[in-house]
Design a protein around this ligand. Structure first.
Ligand code: ADP
Ligand code: MG
Length: 346
């Protein structure tokens, strides 16, 4: 998975002129490998939709280059651009279906536009309906569908011309968590089974966790951090990535313990915070027991599974010999002692 399908270099884009000029993309560099699911996460207004619209040249840009499959998108003629766009599907938060057309006709639209033969269209739409599991709804109208079903129609339509790239701009943002999960599962399956390269634009870190191989974190038109989803979850470097990760993994370093201690008697033992990162061959709690004879009681924690590996933290109390506790603290950099305030009543 090392071949670069999309290469964006020094992309700059602004809207308006003079005093009203707003620089929205400030020199974006981004490579997307063939066959990967690449996430782009940022808060509203960060420039995500503008970026994704530049990729298929729906939006012109001021500086920089975008290459797709080695071709310079900025240099394509209208005809060549139209052919290229057929290989780039796009889905949106608001589905963009034609309400006066049936599900079948919505999916057939891009094929009719290319004047494919009716029999070919029928077969292809049938196949697409199977892929998105909507065969029963072929003759329904969008108003008769749930949000998740509408997005499935939009996905089928986006796949009609057998694209090699799918751009997904907040495709699950209007859906409830369960429907989101089923749409993400469908996208993952399309990625695996069709080798579809997908760019997932989102403001939700759980979308990144659930399907992205890598993630780029964008803030105010600049990419602050790019890495594998696991690496960004395990060790976010930029402030903005840290904020996104903390929206999923609550890691307050023991603050809750200190708050609780005001209300209840401290339960004894030494409070510690343990960072959990996959890759460890032995659970740190087991290690505390095996190597130091310490008993660890988990008080609370937040551990997530990212790409099959655990990431997160526990807060625990250690019981055992003081020397052994100190030895464990010295040996295990992922474990730190939580300082609880000295009690004033003793
Ligand atoms: P995101 O998708 O991350 O929410 P957008 O790319 O939609 O961000 O927008 C980034 C910034 O560009 C916002 O401040 C937005 O108001 C501005 N913007 C987007 N499109 C236009 C446009 N057509 N004209 C003027 N400003 C725009
Ligand atoms: Mg947007």
């Amino acid at each position: 998975m090392s071949e670069e399908l999309i290469e964006i270099r020094g992309l700059r884009k602004s809207f308006g002129r003079g005093d009203a000029r707003l620089e929205v993309l400030k020199g974006i560099d981004l490579s997307v490998h063939r066959g990967e699911v690449m996430g782009v996460i940022g808060v509203s207004g960060a420039g995500k939709s503008t970026l994704v619209r530049c990729i298929n040249r729906l939006e012109p840009w001021d500086e920089g280059t975008i290459r797709i499959g080695g071709e310079d998108m900025g240099a394509l003629s209208e005809g060549a651009l139209n052919r290229k766009r057929q290989k780039i599907g796009m889905i949106f938060q608001q589905f963009n279906l034609l309400n006066s057309c049936t599900v079948f006709d919505n999916i057939a639209l891009p094929l009719r536009y290319l004047r494919k033969r009716p029999e070919e269209i029928r077969q292809r739409v049938q196949r697409l309906l199977e892929i998105v599991d909507l065969t029963q709804k072929a003759h329904a109208y969008p108003s008769q569908l749930s949000g998740g079903q509408k997005q499935r129609v939009a996905i089928a339509r986006a796949l009609a011309n057998e694209p090699e790239i799918l751009l997904s701009d907040e495709a699950t943002s209007a859906l409830d968590p369960q429907t989101t999960e089923s749409i993400l599962r469908l996208l993952r399956r399309l990625n695996r089974e069709l080798g579809l390269t997908i760019i997932v634009i989102t403001h939700e870190m759980d979308v990144i966790r659930d399907i992205c191989d890598r993630v780029a974190v964008i803030e105010k038109g600049e990419i602050q951090e790019i890495g594998t989803t696991y690496d960004v979850f395990a060790a976010p470097r930029s402030a903005v990535a840290q904020r996104f990760v903390s929206s999923i993994i609550r890691d307050d370093g023991g603050a809750r313990l200190r708050t609780q201690s005001i209300r209840s008697e401290p339960a004894g033992g030494v409070p510690v915070r343990l960072r959990i990162q996959g890759g460890e061959t032995e659970d740190p709690l087991q290690r505390l027991m095996r190597c130091y004879g310490l008993r660890a009681r988990v008080l609370y924690g937040d551990v997530e599974l990212v790409d099959g590996r655990s990431v997160g933290c526990y807060v625990a109390r250690l019981d055992g010999e003081a020397e052994q506790i100190q030895a464990a603290l010295n040996d295990m950099p992922a474990m730190t002692r939580i300082e609880t305030e000295a009690r004033t009543d003793d």
